[in-house]
Design a protein around this ligand. Structure first.
Ligand code: ATP
Length: 451
């Protein structure tokens, strides 16, 4: 039962949602799309920001896909109880899978408390406990609701605490009417869209691997997603793909995708923690080798400790850059710590490589024969060289030492192939962009939203 009727004045609410999806289907972004349509239809609620799509620590093992948390920030004439009741009804209606450990958080007010912001920052790179989320919410008198294990409350609370104050991007997500119908898209139109709109849109097409990146393959209701720098860019790109079969509707989200926000903290090699993300600087301590499955491994060492690092097969050409590292090279790497098992040690799964200082690498060559120019062979220690072709012998010729040109360069950033990027991975062209101050005004004045 609703406790009170509509108010005359508006109140700010920040609604966090997580874990309403599972590999059986559904998607929390779709539930957000449904709730927003419902709340804004009557005219007593108005969004004050694009819905936020916050990606959290990508190394959380119990995530379904991309560890997304969703936030609706709005002004409403409805009471908190009414907003909560509408959202709760929708969560219960859609989060029906046995594996959907849904979380719903309704925060009233404009200013997010510092404690929630800190919780949120840590959720980008560490494992946060549900007990801590519950304690914070009880202390802050936040209204919440969870289904099954209620783990989704961690993401829902972390979501509202990330206000995307620094860097951010946008994603237009389009949904399908019938999830039983196979998704299909004309690849040439995606390539043309990517050619015309890049770099204002990104990660739509992986040219190197001839791979369309905007269309997922799971059972969820997402038809496609276009990532970009501004709402108008993703909208224009989407328009280039129309008409689309099986299209239900679309919504634009503001996001930390493509910002690299999860790779800010320093990993401590004296005690690396499983499932954390972070960066580490150190020296290459073993020659990188390519092993079964095409994965490349080496050991990294610094004053705190050492850790095996891996560039897995799907990272493509990135592995070749990693493979070209030499013992003693000073590098910075970012990635996620994979838990050790009885078979594998704890491993840092690399998401970028930045060489800081490269060791000179030399090649030692036997002398060339002065008579016939063939490469000579050593006759043994102190025995001189002999030419196998013309038989010329010499005690005076010596080996020569050449510095070999390195395949990688100092201070250049190396990333995995696009198809292996995480949602949070900052694409290479985004390093050239200034933070988005110029887009903020446009954003507030002109919310380009769903139909
Ligand atoms: P999709 O990409 O399809 O939206 P998902 O990958 O977001 O799915 P969920 O089903 O939402 O996966 O599951 C992620 C779970 O992990 C949620 O319960 C969320 O609360 C929890 N979680 C997210 N970040 C953390 C964290 N840093 N520490 C602990 N739990 C977390």
């Amino acid at each position: 039962m609703m406790k009170s009727g509509p108010r005359k004045t508006s109140t700010t609410y920040q609604v966090g949602l997580d874990d309403t999806d599972s590999s059986d289907g559904m998607c929390t972004t779709f539930l957000t799309f449904k709730i927003i349509n419902l709340l804004t239809k009557k005219g007593d609620s108005r969004l004050i920001d694009y819905p936020n799509l916050i990606r959290l620590n990508p190394n959380i093992p119990w995530k379904t896909r991309g560890n997304a948390s969703l936030v609706i920030r709005m002004e409403s004439k409805l009471s908190k109880e009414e907003v909560f009741s509408i959202c709760k009804r929708m969560v219960c209606k859609y989060a029906t899978s046995k594996r959907a450990n849904a979380g719903l958080v309704v925060f009233e007010g404009e200013t997010i408390p510092e404690e929630i912001r800190e919780f949120s920052q840590r959720a980008l790179y560490d494992v946060q406990r549900l007990a801590l989320a519950l304690k914070i919410m009880d202390e802050q008198q936040i209204t919440y609701f969870g289904l099954r294990s209620r783990q989704g409350l961690v993401g829902a609370l972390a979501g509202i605490g990330n206000e995307l104050k620094n860097d951010y991007t946008f994603e237009l997500l389009a949904y399908r009417k019938n999830c039983a119908l196979r998704r299909s898209i004309d690849k040439s139109r995606v390539i043309e869209m990517d050619r015309r709109m890049s770099p204002l849109i990104f990660n739509s097409y992986d040219e190197k691997n001839d791979h369309v990146l905007i269309m997922p393959h799971g059972p969820d209701p997402v038809l496609l997603g276009i990532r970009g720098e501004t709402p108008s860019a993703v909208r224009s790109a989407f328009d280039m793909l129309l008409p689309l079969k099986n299209l239900l509707g679309f919504m634009i989200f503001r996001s930390n995708q493509g910002t690299g926000e999860h790779l800010r903290n320093e990993l401590n090699l004296s005690n690396p923690k499983a499932y954390t993300s972070g960066i580490v600087t150190g020296k290459v301590n073993s020659k990188p080798t390519i092993l079964r499955g095409g994965h490349v491994y080496f050991e990294l060492k610094n004053q705190s400790g050492r850790i095996p690092c891996a560039a897995y097969e799907p990272t493509g050409e990135f592995r070749m850059h990693v493979l070209s590292l030499s013992i003693g090279d000073e590098i910075e790497v970012g990635g996620g710590v994979r838990k050790g098992t009885s078979i594998h040690p704890m491993i840092l799964n690399l998401e970028y490589l930045l060489p800081k200082m490269l060791q000179p690498v030399y090649r030692i060559l036997n002398p060339r024969c002065p008579k016939c120019s063939s490469s000579m062979s050593s006759k043994g220690k102190g025995q001189g060289f002999a030419c196998k072709v013309c038989g010329f012998k010499s005690f005076s010729l010596v080996k020569s030492k050449y510095e070999v040109e390195r395949v990688i360069s100092k201070d250049q950033l190396y990333l995995p192939d696009l198809k292996a990027h995480r949602h949070l991975t900052k694409p290479i062209q985004r390093y050239m962009l200034e933070p988005h101050a110029e887009f903020q005004d446009a954003l507030r004045k002109n919310l380009i939203l769903a139909k």
